[in-house]
Design a protein around this ligand. Structure first.
Ligand code: FMN
Length: 431
């Protein structure tokens, strides 16, 4: 039997995941510079990553992380990136609260055609309330957002299945272009969406583009267990990652799915040095660039609460349950309580990796840790979030990936052509 292998996603923010990564000497300083994005895409493909992922939000706050505030529209960017890469999966966020199923299904089917089977959709419910003002709508509450999302994702998948794989016959002899028996309408008539279908694009190379999900709340986990192929999670330590992994995988049989049907990738910001010491020094340099303004904006975003009025050197206040960012708030507040942190400690941590796990060390240390998590039921792989580009990614690709490959934990080369091939997922049959 083939040894189980890790999956690696690359989370791209042009200025790096660290809130001040762009200040690191030699770092890219823009998420609007396509030449830089192309270089990142090439490095990720050299490292044989499964996929590249572009998040998205629908508002701009000049105090926020620079790559949250100024960014290219992800589908436009990924369509361009499809032309300068050949194997790597291309994932983007699209909102189930502010989008519509028809346009979303069409856009991702198009990207799947353009990229020959490499598209992935991160279905997010959009937690930041500021988005509503850009669409002339009140921001729905958390449970309503997930209710809408359940119907939205099912409708998108239904649209992707309207055309049989062999519906487009293009028979020059008879003049038959489309076999009407192999195309159906969807006729979806639900509480939130009414969509007749079919889509005006044929079934795409992957059958259905890959679905990603990153909600950490109970409704988020249920949506992921029912509909997703890949789940991104937020963790701060091994025990937490293992608990989340076990709990999420235990939901799958309830939806008629096996544990391998969904790939779980915790987020990690690796800071890699030639020695542990060098890595810690890099992290220290990065942290020296943090200012209270950018760090507090990020912390407030993650906790869903404006933190600017609190005493930075006081204890982290008890915020109770929070509707805006269940996953991040829960994980970060738990860590703050465990480690008796001040608000300043917590904002320093959040500034580093936006609430995700920071792993600093030599390439050996980083590879050992990832291997331990992977082999001890805490992860199926990782969503890698370099603190800055290009060197933060190149260190991982050139120093850590070869160790994982040598140990047989990661592919030496791509074996298939589609993202489903990389993830070891079957191409879905059309029901
Ligand atoms: C790796 C990762 C990527 C995410 N990307 C986005 C994004 O691009 N846009 C967005 O609005 N939310 C994004 N989120 C937030 C979640 O998808 C989710 O909306 C949020 O955690 C609130 O849902 P919850 O209450 O179920 O946790 C991301 C979360 C994670 C862990």
């Amino acid at each position: 039997m083939m040894k189980r292998q890790m999956h690696l996603g690359l989370f791209i923010l042009g200025t790096g995941s660290h809130v001040a990564g762009w200040r690191y000497p030699g770092a890219f300083d823009s998420f609007q510079d396509f030449a830089a994005i192309q270089e990142i895409g090439r490095s990720a493909e050299r490292g044989k990553f499964d996929l590249i992922f572009m998040g998205d939000n629908l508002y701009a706050d000049p105090a926020a992380h620079p790559s949250y505030t100024l960014r290219l529209e992800p589908m436009t960017m990924l369509s361009a990136l499809a032309m300068t890469t050949s194997h790597i999966g291309l994932g983007a966020t699209a909102s189930t609260t502010y989008g519509d199923p028809w346009s979303t299904a069409r856009a991702f089917a198009s990207l799947d055609h353009i990229s020959n089977g490499r598209a992935a959709w991160n279905a997010v419910t959009t937690s930041n309330a500021a988005s509503g003002a850009n669409f002339g709508r009140a921001h729905p509450d958390h449970s309503l957002r997930y209710e809408i999302a359940e119907e939205f994702v099912s409708t998108v998948k239904g649209l992707w299945d309207c055309w049989a794989d062999d519906a487009i016959v293009k028979d020059r002899e008879t003049g038959l272009y489309i076999d009407p028996a192999k195309v159906r309408t969807l006729d979806h008539d639900g509480p939130y969406f009414k969509v007749k279908g079919p889509l005006n694009i044929g079934r795409s190379p992957q059958g259905q583009p890959v679905v990603l999900q990153a909600g950490g709340s109970a409704p988020g986990q249920r949506l992921a267990a029912r509909t997703a192929d890949v789940v991104f999670s937020v963790v701060q330590d091994f025990d937490e990652a293992k608990a989340q992994y076990t709990s999420f995988k235990s939901l799958l049989p309830g939806f008629g799915r096996g544990a391998d049907a969904v790939t779980m990738l915790p987020g990690v910001m690796p800071v890699v040095g030639r020695t542990d010491r060098e890595a810690f020094d890099k992290l220290k340099t990065l942290q020296s660039f943090v200012s209270s303004t950018n760090a507090l904006a990020m912390l407030s975003d993650r906790l869903g609460t404006d933190m600017s009025a609190y005493d930075l050197d006081g204890p982290v206040p008890d915020l109770g349950e929070n509707d805006a960012y269940h996953a991040f708030a829960k994980v970060m507040l738990a860590k703050a309580r465990r480690e008796n942190m001040t608000l300043r400690d917590l904002y320093n941590l959040t500034a580093a990796a936006r609430g995700h796990w920071v792993l600093a060390g030599s390439a050996e240390t980083v590879a050992d840790t990832l291997q331990y998590w992977f082999e001890n039921s805490a992860a199926d792989g990782f969503n890698v979030m370099p603190p800055y580009f290009p060197a933060g990614l190149d260190d991982f690709v050139d120093l850590v990936v070869p160790i994982l490959q040598e140990r047989g934990l990661f592919r030496a080369d791509y074996e298939g052509t589609t993202l489903r091939d990389h993830l070891g997922l079957d191409r879905p049959e059309r029901p």
